[in-house]
Design a binder for this molecule. Structure first.
Ligand code: SF4
Length: 318
């Protein structure tokens, strides 16, 4: 699939056609099963100043937290007991003590027998290697936009080339690598969405998430309009056609724009992953990457899976 083909699909093909083709592709590649990954946001500390993010270092409004090892293990155990088949440990980007995280990854693998995915930002290559050795199977590092100029404007002090370099290193170390990008970023040229899809394909990622840009009031982009759920669903469907092998989540951001049907529609647009949150309730409000974040839990995951006519061996809620 060439860039022109992707542009034609993104901007000139009826959504009903895209949705049907993406549905066929996901069924063929992934069957009816939806993967459920339990998300534990273990720290909101961050050294970066991404212009769209409520956790940026310059934000004085956020009460910073880092969960204890025991709290993370408890949250992970609850996710697994309810049917999550992977634990995703997510945080802002900060100077994590590498051996602390390696020990945690090993403990989760030993005690809960599920793969661990890390989503903790950029770190020295030695740390990536240590965490891989400890049992981390997957690493999520979103490229956010494939437009180098826009990337530099949104991420002061950083360049897209550096981000791509980290993604390549992670692949070389044997991680299943995931990336992701936003739809409707202020200053984003619509056609650069085709480049996002092409970049994900060139990196041969195992997972790619697409979410609408959602403004967060305390950030420099807080008054900008958000991205649309409709365009996000179109991009998801085209992503499924361009990267049929990839795991594609129906993102929490999509659920935030359209709380009732966002997750279900994401599955119908080619998604095959949901990521319900298991961060302890008292910390959830402090993980405010964007405003009005709609919490996805096991119950809403179950509703979305059933509504999309798909399957998962979720256990009873208790
Ligand atoms: S997007 Fe991630 S790296 Fe950027 S400020 Fe937010 S938490 Fe930090």
């Amino acid at each position: 699939m060439q860039r022109e083909d992707i542009l034609e699909l993104l901007f000139a093909t009826p959504y009903a056609v895209l949705r049907e083709r993406a549905g066929q592709a996901v069924s063929w590649e992934k069957g009816s099963h939806v993967q459920v990954r339990g998300l534990v946001e273990f720290s909101n500390v961050c050294r970066r100043n991404c212009r769209y993010c409520g956790l940026r270092a310059a934000s004085g409004r956020v009460a910073r937290y880092t969960l204890s090892r025991n709290a993370i293990l408890e949250a992970s155990a609850r996710a697994v007991s309810l049917g999550a088949d992977t634990i995703v440990l997510q945080s802002g980007e900060y100077a994590i003590e590498p051996h602390w995280l390696a020990g945690l990854v090993a403990d989760i693998g030993r005690e809960l027998h599920v793969p661990v995915t890390l989503s903790v930002g950029e770190h020295p290559h030695e740390a990536y290697a240590l965490w891989k050795e400890a049992g981390a199977a997957r690493f999520l590092l979103k490229h956010e936009t494939a437009d180098p100029d826009l990337y530099a404007r949104l991420h002061p002090g950083y360049e897209l080339a550096g981000r791509i370099g980290h993604l390549r290193v992670l692949r070389e170390l044997g991680y299943e690598v995931g990336t992701g990008f936003m739809v409707g970023l202020p200053g984003q040229k619509p056609e650069s969405l085709a480049d996002d899809i092409l970049l994900a394909r060139e990196l041969n990622v195992s997972m790619c998430g697409v979410g609408p840009f959602i403004p967060q009031a305390d950030t420099p982009l807080g008054t900008q309009p958000g991205g649309s759920a409709e365009m996000t669903l179109r991009v998801m469907a085209v992503l499924r056609l361009a990267l049929p092998w990839a795991n594609i989540p129906a993102t929490t951001a999509l659920a935030t724009v359209d709380a009732v049907s966002g997750q279900r529609e994401g599955l119908l647009a080619g998604g095959n992953v949901l990521m319900p949150g298991f961060t302890p309730p008292e910390y959830r409000e402090q993980y405010c990457i964007y405003d009005n974040k709609n919490r996805v839990d096991m119950e809403s995951a179950r509703t979305a899976i059933e509504g999309a006519g798909r399957t998962h061996a979720l256990k009873a809620l208790h």
